[in-house]
Design a protein around this ligand. Structure first.
Ligand code: G6P
Length: 612
């Protein structure tokens, strides 16, 4: 979703803003713009499409300006066009705004402002903000912004500049992420996410909802929008560096992140798993053994790929902890009748920690008295700050829009949680724990070894599916969510229509689609439903479907049923969902690449979905 970058300080602003926006490209966008103060005027440049178009425009512009803001826009209100790109101005052209989020009452505000004579030049909700602040301007920008946002309903992160106070940028946060960067020796930054700041500073301040910051070259003050009083927010040091968010020789971030999975999984269980005894330690949960033992039900709440992680975890938790688990898509959870109380544990799962629907679900659950323990990859993100406890995944920054290493790290964290609860609730015997711990411990090395082979083999197999229009993914039991994830991965990055189905459901509908042009990929690991899935795929074969099976290398007879087999090394049965995800990611990657798709930034998608 939209990306904001702002800077005021001793250095030239344009390169800083453009570089910062480049690091936010992963969020997804369809136009870009920049504004800075030059010779006493605000210079605004905007372009449709990729950031490279804006960079090309800026190559021709001579400027030494040291204050400005930039924006990448993911269209919500109004088409992706230069006219709708941010920054947006008021009637005088002296005030500019960049914005991430949605102004829900923008139609009422626009009507009111038009009646007062304001003239609008775009279809966006954002432009309303520029005119609204103009309406309240009476010599002091901070006061005008404070008043204006009181009229606004919705979620927003804002950057505001006014030519008559040319030394400052005002930043406001309400339910959309915004982080400040500070640098010893001067210079203040703001951005939608940390990667935009890392080339310049690793000292950041996370704003809270209702915070307003005044950024100047030599200071950065934070106030509460409610009361105007100064706010003290801690400066946090980010431990990862800009290099970790680079492609490091890989063709795409997605490919790099697929190959980083052994390390990401290892980093997620390292220090938490005692392999020799099978013991798991998760002090960050912050719940006593008694509190965990009294949990009557668990709700897992998430969106997209994280929702698939939740679906897998349901199988683990119900099997090993014997507590009933419900899994909800966050955008549905927030609008249904929720029967929650203090005996319920709610687990929001989010890579970014900023997904608006997941955050809303978390807040509802807290209000109803539930215990909220999140699974998240981003330190200090809103979801982590609002949860009672957080189990961090340690996947490192994930830049590719299609989630890969964050997903397998989420599964790792959820498996650790399962083991931990099983130990506390005494539903897992110590010797079983030991075996599970061994299974997890051995997984990164198995994945490390199989990755290069899968990469090469699946590049060849992918050629067969470059022109496919549809794809069916089948799985059963704990591998049903993996089939859903495989289908999601393919449609996200290759734009091939793909569906995941529970293999047993095939005969209740999708079988009508099967003919020689319908590729069907089925997950057939050696688990308790192996023979059932093999029977299901025979039904595909009988109707001449194009069948790919992903199975264990010891089940070579699968090759007799399938047109193609992807053979996987044996692992502990509980680790199979993690391992079997990997060939599906790689196959999608190659198909998308061969089709010439923008693998890292698929059309219309955003990495961090901060609107409802
Ligand atoms: C977007 C991303 C997906 C992600 C989903 C949930 O749709 O493109 O990759 O799975 O949001 O994001 P979260 O950060 O909450 O895991």
């Amino acid at each position: 979703m939209c990306g904001i970058v702002g800077y005021v300080g001793p250095r030239r602003v344009v390169p800083i803003v453009l570089e910062g926006l480049k690091h936010l490209e992963y969020r997804g966008y369809d136009s870009a713009g920049i504004v800075f103060v030059e010779d006493g005027v605000l210079q605004k440049h905007r372009s449709e499409g990729k950031l490279a178009n804006l960079v090309e425009i800026m190559d021709e512009v001579e400027t030494r300006s040291r204050i400005g803001m930039g924006h990448t826009r993911w269209a919500t209100h109004g088409a992706p066009s230069e006219r709708n790109a941010h920054p947006h101005s008021d009637c005088t052209g002296e005030l500019v705004v960049v914005h991430n989020g949605i102004i829900e009452n923008y139609i009422d505000l626009r009507t009111m402002l038009r009646e007062k004579g304001h003239v609008f030049t775009s279809e966006t909700d954002t432009e309303v903000l520029a005119h609204l602040i103009e309406e309240y301007l009476d010599g002091d920008l901070r006061t005008a912004v404070t008043r204006a946002v009181q009229d606004v309903e919705g979620a927003y992160a804002l950057g505001v500049m006014w030519l008559q106070e040319p030394d400052k940028i005002i930043a406001v946060r309400n339910q959309s992420p915004l982080v400040l960067g500070v640098k010893d020796g001067g210079g203040s930054f703001m951005a939608s996410d940390v990667p935009a700041l890392l080339p310049y500073t690793n000292k950041v301040i996370y704003l809270d909802d209702g915070d307003m910051a005044v950024l100047k070259a030599d200071s950065c003050e934070i106030f509460s929008l409610a009361g105007g009083a100064g706010q003290d927010r801690p400066v946090q040091e980010i431990l990862w560096n800009a290099g970790m968010a680079q492609k490091s020789g890989y063709r795409h971030f997605m490919l790099k992140e697929i190959f980083e999975q052994p390390q990401a999984i290892l980093n997620t269980f390292r220090g938490r798993l005692e392999v020799s005894t099978g013991e798991v330690n998760l002090p960050e949960i912050g719940l006593s053994d008694e509190e965990l033992q009294s949990v009557s039900r668990i709700f897992l709440v998430a969106c997209g790929t994280s929702w698939h992680a939740a679906l897998v975890a349901k199988y683990w938790i119900e099997k090993w902890v014997r507590v009933p688990v419900e899994v909800d898509i966050a955008s549905e959870f927030r609008y249904r009748t929720l029967l929650l109380d203090e005996s319920v544990m709610v687990i929001p799962i989010s890579q970014s920690g900023e997904t608006a629907d997941t955050l809303a679900g978390l807040r509802l659950a807290k209000d109803l008295g539930a215990k909220v323990i999140s699974i998240c990859n981003v330190l200090g993100s809103t979801i982590t700050r609002e949860s009672h406890g957080t189990i961090y995944t340690h996947a490192g920054p994930e830049i590719g829009v299609a989630s890969t290493k964050a997903f397998t790290s989420q599964l790792t964290a959820l498996f650790l949680l399962t083991m931990y609860m099983g130990q506390v609730c005494k539903t897992i015997e110590p010797e079983v724990s030991q075996k599970l711990a061994h299974g997890l411990f051995e997984l990164p090395a198995v994945i490390e070894e199989v990755l290069p082979r899968l990469h090469t083999e699946l590049e060849v197999l992918a050629e067969e599916f470059v022109d496919s229009r549809d794809f069916l993914y089948l799985g059963r039991g704990i591998h049903f969510p993996i089939a859903l994830e495989g289908a999601l991965k393919l449609k996200e990055i290759s734009y091939i229509h793909a569906e995941g189905y529970a293999a047993g459901e095939l005969k209740h509908g999708p079988i009508a689609l099967i003919d020689k042009d319908m590729p069907v990929l089925a997950l057939t690991p050696p688990d308790e439903v192996y023979s059932k899935v093999v029977s299901n795929v025979q039904e595909v074969k009988a109707r001449h479907g194009r069948l790919v099976l992903v199975g264990d290398e010891n089940n070579k007879d699968l090759a007799e049923i399938a047109d193609d087999c992807i053979f996987m090394p044996p692992v502990h049965p509980e680790m199979q969902p993690i391992l079997y995800t990997i060939p599906l990611q790689i196959l999608s990657y190659h198909i998308a690449h061969l089709r010439g798709c923008d693998v890292d930034q698929p059309r219309n998608l955003a990495k961090s979905v901060t609107v409802e």
